[in-house]
Design a binder for this molecule. Sequence first.
Ligand code: ADP
Ligand code: MG
Length: 684
Amino acid sequence: MTILVDVDHIDKIYPLKTGGEYVALRNVDLKINQGEFVSLIGHSGCGKSTLLNIIAGFEQASIGGVVLSGKQITSPGPDRMMVFQNYSLLPWLTVRQNIALAVDKVMTDLPAAERKDIIEKHIDLVGLRAAADKRPGALSGGMKQRTAIARALAIRPKVLLLDEPFGALDALTRGNLQEQLMQICEEYKTTCVMVTHDVDEALLLSDRVVMLTNGPEAHIGRILNVDFPRPRKRMEVVNDPTYYPNRGEIINFLNQQKRDKRRKARKVSEEKTSIPAVTAVKTVEKSVVTLGYVPTTDAAPLVVAKEKGFFAKHGLTQVELIPDSSWQTIADGLANQRLDCAQLLAGMPLAMSIGADRKRPTPIVTAMVLARNGNAITLSKKLYDDGVRNLKDLKKAIAATPDQPHSFGLVDSVSMGSLLTRYWLASGGIDPDRDLSLSIMSSAEMKNQISKGFIDGYLASEPWNSAAVKDETGFVVATDLEIWDGHQNKVLGVREDWAQENPKTHVALVKALIEACEYCDDRRNREEIIKMLAKPEYLNLPAEQLRPGFIDPFQRSLDQAPEMLVRFNQYYVEQSTCPRRAEALWILTQMARWNITPFPKNWTEVLERVYCRDTYGQAARELGLPDSVDDHESVKLFDGLVFNPDDPMSYLASLKISHEIRVEEIVFEEAPAPRSLRSKSLAA
Ligand code: ADP
Ligand code: MG
C-alpha cells in the first residue's frame, strides 16, 4: 500500500492573547494510504478541524509536518480540496458556475471543451442536472452540499478533506449523501479524510476511524479498522455481526473521554474555589450512607466492612446496613432513593437499567462484585425417595408424570442463581417455563414450601440448602460450583445519578468493600465472621446454621459424606471483586433467552454504561491492586458449551431451549431529576 499523506508527529500550539499558549494537538502521527477513507472523531473542540486544516495547508504545524506524495505541505493546493459544513459556495453564481470557477482556475492546461465535459459530468455525478442553473439561495441544504462535493471532486484532488460535511443536514438527506459520497469515492478511488461526530457515519464510510482524545494536547487515542466488505450497502453494514461491537468501541472511547473531561472540570472548579483547607481535604461527598442487603452469608463483606471499620477508614463514618428479605424491595429502595446503594443480585443492575418485566427502567451502575458462587439447587425429599440423584433422573421423573404439576422456587428472575438454574434445567432437556412452573419467593418461604411438599425444588444461597438437608426435607442435587465455578453472585449497585453526584463516596465504598472481601477470604477470619453475621441486627440466626459451606464441609444429603468446598463462598481471590464484562454479557444472553429483557443490539454500550470499570479501577489503584482483568476469555459451562463473548448472537442461536429472542436497541432513560425537583412534581 502506498502512503499518500504522512502526518508526521505534529504539535499545534496557539499563542494566547492573554499570554501563554494553548497546545491544541500533541504528537499526532498518522499515515493515510492511497485510496483510503479515514474518519476523525472526537469531542467538540478537541482539534479535529485543526488537524484537517493543517493537512489542507490552511494552517501550519508548530512542530512536525505533513507530507503529501513526498512533498511537504506549506500552503493550500488543488491536490487537496476541502468541503466544509457550511457549503461555502459563491452565492451569486449558479451550480454550474460554481463548479466551473474551480475547474477553469485549476485545470488551465485542458482545452475549454474538455473542461466543459468535466463540469457537466460532475453535475450529473451528484444528480444536479435539473438545478444546474440555480443559485445557492434557491437550493436545499443537501443540494448545496452536493454542489460543494462536485466542485471539490471536479478538479480531481489527490485528497478530499471533509469537515463535518453532512452535519447541518436532516437525517434523510444526510443518509442519501453519505451513500452518494461512498459510491463516488469507490468509483474514483478517492483518498478521503472526514471529520465527523456521527459514529454510524464514520462506520459506514471509513476504512479506519481515528479517535482523538480531548484537548489540550489532543492526540490519537485509538484507531479502529473497519473491515466491512466494499462496495458497502447501509443495511448490510448495520446487520454485520461486528457492527455493534465496533460501534461500541467508538462510543466507549467517546464516553470515556467525556467522563475524563468532567473529572478535569471538577478538579479545576475545586482548585478555584477558595474554601478553607479543612473542608477542601474532605474526601467524600457523603459520609452517611444507607446500604440495603438481603441477610445471607453473601452479606459477609458488608458486615465486615462495618464491624471491622473498613467503611470508617475510607471516610464513610456512618454506613447504615438495611436488611430486607425481598430483592424487589431493595430495587424499589434504590429507585426511590430510600437507599444510597445496595447489595444486588448479579443480573439486577442490567435488568433495572434496561427495564425488565415491563418495569420502568432505573439506570443503575455496578462497580464491583461482592460475592461469587455460594448457591445450590435443592430438590424435595419425595424426588429423593423416587430415586432422583441428578439432572438426568429429574428429567425422567418429570417426563414420567406429565399430568402432575412440577414447580421450583426462585428468589428473583434475574439472580445469577435463577439464570444458572434455568440453564442447568434446559441443558438437561427440561424447559423451565413449559415443564415446570417457577415461582418467586423468599428463601425462607422456599424452605417452608419444600417441607410441605408444595414445590419440587429451589435455588438458594446458604443457609437455606443445608437447612433442608439437615431436617431431611430435601437434598442438594447440584452446587453452582459444578455449573459455573467462579461466577458472580452478588454485586454492589447504585443509581447512575448517585454515582455521578458522589464519585468519591462511590470510590470509598468500593475501596472499603474490596478490603472487606479480602478479609472474608482469609479463612482464619471466618470463625469471627460467623459470629458477626449471626448477630440479631444481621442474619439473626444461630451461628451453627451458617457454618456449612462457609467454614465447615458442605453436606448434600444425609447419606453422603460432607465435602470441603473451598470456593463455595468466594469474595476476593482471583480478582473476584473486579467486574467482568463477559459475565455480564452472558447474563444479557440469558435474560433474552428467557424473555426477561430484549437482547440489546447495542450491548457493548449497555455494558459500558452499567459496568462501572472506572470506579473499580480507581479504587483498586488506590489500594495498590490490579485495576482490571482480561475479560475476553470464553466461558465454558458444565455442559461443555462455550460462550464466546465476541459473538453473543451465535451463542444465543445455538441454545436449544429458548424463547424467541427479541433484539432491540436499548435507549437509556435519562438519570432521574434530583430529589427536590421530583418531590415537587409528585406533589403537583
Ligand atoms: P474541533 O474541530 O475538534 O471541534 P478545533 O480544531 O476547531 O476543534 O479546535 C481545537 C482547539 O484549538 C479548541 O480548543 C480551539 O479553541 C483551539 N483553537 C483553534 N484555533 C485557535 C486559535 N487560532 N487560537 C487559539 N486557539 C485555537
Ligand atoms: Mg471542528
